[in-house]
Design a protein around this ligand. Structure first.
Ligand code: SAM
Length: 157
């Protein structure tokens, strides 16, 4: 079973992750604009997935590819380790008329109170975690009883 990282090692790891994904942010923003314009298979997948109502936590939000698909009653908290991804996500939130609470941070050390969210959303994000099982376990604790984990992973080429 993987052991939790020591704090200093975790901080270095988070900083490295942020640098890697900061560089990728322009590509994710371009892809999000295509999705917003209705192009690509992701459109129907994201639309079907995002039946997320009430208090919603989206982890690894990236450039905000899901924002256009949230129902009007979703109150979104959006977390990502990359500040450049979050900067790219902000205009997408405005266009979608949602006002997420943005949190910059690595999911691994994030601590939300247990049972806070009606839904936790993660799309194309689990593959970037060193310990995806632990990330899923964390997400489960953040869900209210009967809450829903909504995940989209590993797009085919
Ligand atoms: C492949 S992108 C997916 C972005 C978006 N969810 C989508 O569907 O297009 C993966 C995202 O996960 C974020 N990420 C990776 N590891 C993370 C971690 N440990 N904590 C928080 N965010 C992380 C990256 O910064 C990046 O924005």
């Amino acid at each position: 079973m993987p052991q939790p990282m020591a704090n200093s090692r975790r901080e270095r790891h988070s900083a490295r992750l942020a640098r890697v994904f900061d560089r990728q942010a322009p590509a994710y923003a371009r892809r999000r604009r295509q999705t917003e314009a209705g192009h690509g298979r992701e459109v129907s997948w994201r639309r079907r997935l995002l039946e997320a109502h009430g208090a919603v936590l989206e982890v690894a939000v990236g450039a905000g590819a899901n924002f256009a698909f949230y129902p009007a009653d979703a109150v979104v908290t959006a977390a990502d380790v990359s500040p450049t991804m979050l900067a790219a996500a902000k205009p997408a939130a405005e266009r979608a008329h949602i006002a997420p609470t943005f949190i910059r941070g690595d999911i691994a050390p994030l601590a939300f109170p247990a049972g806070q969210f009606d839904a936790v959303v993660i799309t194309l994000g689990l593959c970037s975690y060193g310990d995806p099982l632990r990330a899923l376990q964390q997400m489960r604790t953040w869900l209210k009883p009967g809450g829903t984990l909504l995940a989209l992973e590993h797009l085919p080429p």
